[in-house]
Design a binder for this molecule. Structure first.
Ligand code: Z5A
Length: 212
């Protein structure tokens, strides 16, 4: 590993919280400040596993609940060599959803514990920072109606939010809750400040292992 690695920064949040908008703006700002940065997203729908997931999310196919959970996790693991390579090259990765979404969404289904859902993602590269974009459901609804993809309904999203809140109680992960109900620029300003601090600190630290 080079002595100056990139940081692993994750944005999580409820539906329509503005994750994608903010990931793109953050990458742009980091690049403008002279820091190599790239965006990644999960699910990464371009791989073979990602295509199975995409078809499931679009309600074009059905998959058993445990099976799809493991596929979401496998979709992250298949990208780990690339993620590590980039981080070690000094590239900061800004990631739109990660293992936390995986756990929050599956554990919102009946019969799944948080503990079981976390297991397949144990040992993934640990984010240096996870920002949770918090916006109340009424505000999110004003940003656009739910689409036709699986999970896009209010009742399910409320349970997902509760699961995220349980995950955020883990002090071993560097969580920051961001009030995402403000305008895009104000939200970006706060995200930028947290990210710049963490990116400077991460350069000399080894990449950690999630939930170990
Ligand atoms: N899933 C899972 O089950 N297991 C897993 O392991 C993983 C995911 C990783 C697909 O996710 C589904 O996969 C997702 C979780 C599940 N299911 N759901 N629901 P996805 O990432 O492909 O799609 P998405 O996460 O549903 O996108 P999103 O949540 O709908 O959007 P967003 O990225 O948070 O927001 P946005 O696209 O940036 O913005 C939405 C709109 O709001 C847009 O018009 C913006 O211009 C506007 N916007 C953004 N910010 C603001 C502010 N601050 N004010 C006003 N308007 C704003």
């Amino acid at each position: 590993m080079t002595s100056r690695r990139g940081a692993l920064i994750v944005l999580e949040g409820v539906d329509k919280a503005g994750k994608t908008t903010q990931c793109k703006k953050l990458v742009q700002t980091l690049l403008e400040s002279g820091r190599p940065a790239e965006m990644m997203r999960f699910p990464e729908r371009s791989t073979k596993i990602g295509q199975l997931i995409s078809s499931y999310l679009e309600n074009k196919s059905n998959l058993e609940d445990h099976t799809v959970h493991l596929l979401f996790s496998a979709n992250r693991w298949e990208l780990v060599p690339l993620m590590k390579e980039k981080l070690e090259q000094g590239i900061t990765l800004v990631v739109d959803r990660y293992a936390f979404s995986g756990v929050a969404f599956t554990s919102a289904k009946p019969g799944f514990t948080l503990d079981w859902c976390m297991k397949p993602d144990v040992g993934l590269p640990k984010p240096d920072l996870v920002m949770f974009l918090k916006v109340n459901p009424a505000e999110a609804a004003r940003r656009g109606h739910f689409g036709t993809e699986r999970y896009e309904n209010c009742a399910f999203q409320n349970i997902v939010l509760q699961r995220f809140e349980e995950l955020m109680m883990d002090s071993a992960v560097n969580w920051q809750v961001i009030d995402a109900s403000r305008n895009i620029e104000d939200v970006h300003e706060e995200i930028k400040n947290y990210s710049q601090k963490v990116a400077s600190k991460a350069v000399t630290e080894p990449i950690g292992h999630l939930w170990t």
